[in-house]
Design a protein around this ligand. Structure first.
Ligand code: AGP
Length: 608
């Protein structure tokens, strides 16, 4: 999941491409590179490492020219070296290409092209594309790109320029996101909107099979049969402020601290106090269809999957519909034992996660109605679902997802309420929950006040080698999420586990050197959790408990407690997760980790 950017227009391309890459760096940061048409050929500068390094290199080796392409990489095929960095050139250096995706038949293509005399200089799958274009028939670059793509299996979002057609840029999409930025006498190509927002709010989302041709004076989109395709121009809802640090040291901390507002934004205009329900018009689900649902299958990955686990509790409790929560990467290769009687919900912050997208497509092919719970407007999952819920949490830049999780939980509880009220849930129950939802932003703000306490704990546990997070019911999902956050950004091995499962094995790990975090709000399983806590305490466990303000039953069982305000159990994850987000953040900062760009990760996983 790399980031690609392209520009054609009257201005110098390099500064625009660099700024776009900087905004896309959360998509991958193994290497970066630029290629610019300079009137007598192509100038290319690339290196292993960050965009900042490329900016520095370009100060020494400027690349003049008013059209170009650029790339920031998350390595899949070929080590993250300068040699494997994009853009890639053909044998004569006349065509340059950047690519996001995986060419699955690269091995066979490479062998055939090498037999035909092409010289390969990288270990990447992508390089086969530029040699295919070099070989392809056609009078124009777009015709050659189109012909070359006939041979390609796999996914791509790509941009290409040629020294022989100055001022022209060709982009193509299959499986990886590509949008066009429509400016005044200038046009942009990018993997997502954050790269063009500083220049325009008007964007065109390409769909699979599209090829776009951009010149300084115009752009058009054709399909693989070279027929011109009309494409809508959408207006972006968010602003630059949303993708700026705004005085915070890291996007992750900004996004954690912004949760009172993002949770409020997810609920805005959706809470119906009198009806005791939630208005979710985007679902496109008639009351009859809602009442007829027999089964729900949730598909998601990572943090979104954890939110799905909370969603299951809410939907089963409020709407009495059986729910399965599936890891999309596993689910997509299992037989689809569901049809029109089941609704499939794809949860994804980015809306571009390949496994979740493909799992949703597979469910759709099996006849299931598919809904998306998505943050990024205009993303593939949002556009391909039959209906859905936008989180309206604003752009999430930090690779470690935080505000998306709390907004996903709120959205799923509102969905459960919406379905429940159409399936006999009493209005009083609905009204009580709506009141609890409305109180959340204030409770989130109060919970954030725990930061100094959490920071002190982070100092204490920053050098730990392992961590264990435990919880039951909805708090099991929070334990999994807390462990994932710590793993992702501090590189400490951490495990989330169902508290009652401890005695079936993992309790063997307990000793005074293993920090253990219990997620133990006062809910219907609290007494059970207390027994699990006592079992761990009895073996000398070093316990930190996230519990409810005023809890006086923990006593000496725990070394540290982080008390969050009381709320109903289905909403408790929105509060109990916050000290865990902060703990991971402050431990990572204390260990000198790059919090927003954790190693080996990327924000949106658009490859399998
Ligand atoms: C979470 O912090 C990670 N970035 C990752 O697990 C993420 O949740 C997962 O890749 C799913 O992403 P999505 O919500 O955009 O589909």
């Amino acid at each position: 999941m790399c980031g690609i950017v392209g520009y054609v227009g009257p201005r110098q391309a390099t500064p625009i491409l660099l700024e776009g890459l900087q905004r896309l760096e959360y998509r991958g940061y193994d290497s970066a590179g630029v290629a610019v048409q300079n009137g007598h050929g192509l100038g290319v500068v690339k290196l292993a490492g960050r965009v900042a390094g490329l900016r520095h290199r370009l100060e020494a080796e400027p690349l003049p020219g008013t059209s170009g392409i650029a790339h920031t990489r998350w390595a899949t095929h070929g080590a993250p070296t300068e040699r494997n960095a994009h853009p890639h050139l053909d044998c004569h250096g006349r065509v340059a290409l950047v690519h996001n995706g995986i060419i699955e038949n690269a091995g066979a293509l490479r062998a055939a092209l090498a037999r035909a005399g092409h010289q390969f200089v990288t270990d990447t799958d992508t390089e086969t594309l530029v040699h295919l274009i070099e070989d392809a028939p056609g009078a124009t670059l777009e015709a050659r790109v189109n012909a070359a793509l006939d041979h390609v299996e796999g996914t791509y979002g790509l941009a290409v320029i040629s020294a022989d057609e100055p001022g022209k840029l060709v982009a193509a999409r299959r499986g990886s996101p590509v949008l066009l930025g429509i400016g005044e006498d200038e046009f942009f190509v990018a993997s997502d909107a954050s790269a063009v927002l500083a220049h325009t709010r008007s964007v065109v989302y390409l769909t699979d099979g599209d090829i776009a041709v951009l010149t300084p004076s115009a752009y058009h989109v054709i399909d693989r049969a070279s027929h011109v395709q009309p494409r809508a121009v959408d207006e972006l809802a968010w602003d630059l402020e949303g993708i700026e640090l705004g005085g915070y040291p890291h996007f992750m901390l900004k996004e954690i601290c912004g949760q009172p507002e993002t949770v409020r934004s997810t609920m805005r205009g959706r809470l119906l106090f009198d009806e005791g329900s939630a208005r979710l018009n985007g679902l496109n689900l008639t009351p009859g269809a809602a009442a007829a649902i027999k089964r729900i299958v949730i598909v998601a990955c990572g943090t979104s999957w954890h939110a799905g686990l909370v969603g299951r509790h809410a939907i089963e409790q409020l709407a009495q519909i059986p729910v399965e929560v599936e890891q999309a990467s596993e689910y997509r290769y299992r037989p689809k034992l569901q049809g029109p009687d089941a609704v499939t919900i794809a949860i994804s912050q980015s809306g571009e996660t390949a496994d979740t997208l493909e799992a949703m497509r597979a469910a759709k092919r099996a006849g299931s109605r598919v809904l998306g719970v998505v943050n990024v407007v205009g993303s593939s999952i949002a556009r391909e679902a039959d209906g859905g819920i936008y989180l309206h949490a604003g752009p999430e830049i930090g690779v470690a997802s935080t505000k998306a999780f709390t907004s996903q939980v709120v959205a799923l509880v509102m969905l459960a309420l919406h379905l429940g009220r159409q399936r006999g849930l009493p209005v009083e129950t609905g009204r009580a929950l709506v009141c609890r939802l409305a109180q959340l932003p204030g409770l989130v703000a109060r919970t954030l006040a725990l930061e100094p306490q959490v920071k002190a704990l982070a100092q204490r546990y920053g050098s730990a080698g392992n961590f264990l997070y435990l919880g039951r019911g909805v708090s099991h999902a929070v334990a999994l999420e807390g462990a994932l956050k710590l793993k992702e950004i501090s590189y400490i091995h951490a495990e989330g586990y169902a508290a009652a499962e401890m005695k079936h094995g993992p309790i063997a790990l307990v000793d005074e050197h293993l920090p253990i975090v219990f997620v133990a709000p006062k809910d219907e399983v609290y007494q059970k959790v207390l027994s699990n806590l006592a079992e761990v305490h009895a073996r000398g466990g070093d316990i930190t408990a996230v519990t409810t303000e005023g809890d006086d039953e923990l006593g000496a069982l725990v070394q540290h407690r982080l008390s969050v305000p009381a709320t109903t159990s289905l909403l408790s994850p929105v509060l109990t997760v916050i000290p865990l987000q902060l703990l991971a953040y402050h431990i990572a900062v204390a260990r000198g980790c790059d919090v927003d760009r954790p190693r080996n990760l990327a924000k949106s996983v658009t490859v399998e």
